[in-house]
Write a protein that binds this ligand. Structure first.
Ligand code: IMP
Ligand code: MG
Length: 338
């Protein structure tokens, strides 16, 4: 029986640095040197995601496989995910070549398969209009809902199929972010799964087992893909372009330049309260310091500060006054550590 689950969730539009937070939590050890978590599992999405993990001075990029494998922990792709078999196998061999134990990687037998037809449909009909990642995500979830889909257990080698047993402490790794959630994002500018942390229970445990919910945000907002709230005119803003360039805001999966905007505190408060975040990490604070630009959007107004310290005081003040479940806020200045 599972002891408890901790969940990592993106508080914005994805690309907040969940990979780094997950990796940092997954590296935690018990006193006897064994891993603190017994499994790292994903509950939603597919290879539309892109996680960057720095380990031992090297940078690794994955799209599908949870970050547990970097720390010798079982890595589970849950039943709510969709699986592109070719990119899964490519990622397994990439990790194998890098020297990681890929026998730890397991896929739920119930995981739905992304077919070539799904990808073709996405490219032809959705990518242009919605700025999807063209990975066949929406059509695969459509087939799942229409009950015409194919399951991992029917196509994947048995050695990869998860026995559906969970024990000890489980770390659940979110993909995308709250504002890409199919129900709570700005439909239809959303992805096709539930990105909110309650959906982590679909991995196979009841809601009472959730202990910490780690929310991840950035010191500024970014958006890859179409969204009326992020007009392309943002690309023309000199200050925001500077932040995007210094922050290397290009998609891990698509290589597209991301639109950048100042951190919207009203959205962040809503996202924290909607997801039940009790531990918040705000990433990439070093980027604003490097750009020497400190701005947020609060109550629909842009507010400017003369230093990050002053901006931080304002953020702390707003969050402590509006987020009763939030107990801890960490500001991160490093790509490798929280
Ligand atoms: P889809 O998930 O490929 O259907 O794309 C739907 C929307 O979600 C598009 O706006 C994508 O840019 C966005 N999206 C999907 N996955 C990610 C991600 O991992 N990071 C950021 N945006 C994403
Ligand atoms: Mg990502």
């Amino acid at each position: 029986m599972i002891e408890y689950a901790d969940v990592v969730v993106g508080c914005c539009w994805g690309d907040e640095g969940k990979g780094k937070v997950t990796a940092s939590l997954a590296s935690k050890l018990n006193d006897d040197g064994s891993s603190f978590y017994s499994a790292v599992a994903r509950w939603a999405g597919g290879n539309n995601a892109g996680h960057t993990v720095f380990k031992g001075g090297k940078e690794y990029k994955t799209h599908l496989i949870p970050s547990g494998v970097f720390y010798g922990i079982k890595s589970i792709i849950g039943p709510g995910c969709v699986l592109n078999v070719n990119s899964f196998l490519e990622e397994v061999s990439y990790l194998d070549d890098a020297g990681f134990d890929t026998s730890l990687i397991k896929v739920s037998p119930k995981c739905h398969i992304i077919t070539d037809e799904h990808i073709t449909y996405d490219k032809r009909n959705l990518a242009g209009k919605l700025g999807t990642t063209s990975k066949g995500i929406a059509p695969a979830y459509s087939s799942k809902a229409a009950r015409t889909g194919m399951l991992a257990k029917d196509v994947l080698d048995d050695k990869y199929i998860w026995d559906e047993m969970l024990e000890g402490k489980v770390l659940c790794e979110g993909a995308q972010g709250v504002w890409l959630d199919m129900d709570y994002g700005l439909y239809p500018y959303v992805t096709s799964s539930t990105t909110l942390p309650y959906a982590a229970c679909s991995i196979g445990f009841p809601p009472q087992k959730i202990r910490n919910i780690w929310g991840v945000a950035k010191a500024y907002d970014t958006r890859s893909g179409e969204d009326p709230r992020f007009p392309s005119s943002l690309f023309d803003d000199i200050e925001l372009s500077k932040v995007g360039d210094i922050g290397k805001e290009y998609g891990v999966t698509t290589g597209r330049r991301r639109k950048v905007n100042w951190l919207n505190l009203d959205d962040l408060v809503r996202s924290i309260n909607l997801s039940g975040v009790n531990q918040l990490v705000i990433n990439k604070c070093d980027i604003l310091e490097c750009a020497n630009l400190y701005r947020v959007i609060h109550k629909n107004e842009k507010i400017s500060f003369s230093s990050f310290a002053k901006m931080k005081l304002h953020i702390d003040d707003v969050l402590s006054g509006s987020c009763p479940m939030l107990t801890n806020v960490l500001y991160s200045y490093s790509p490798e550590n929280i």
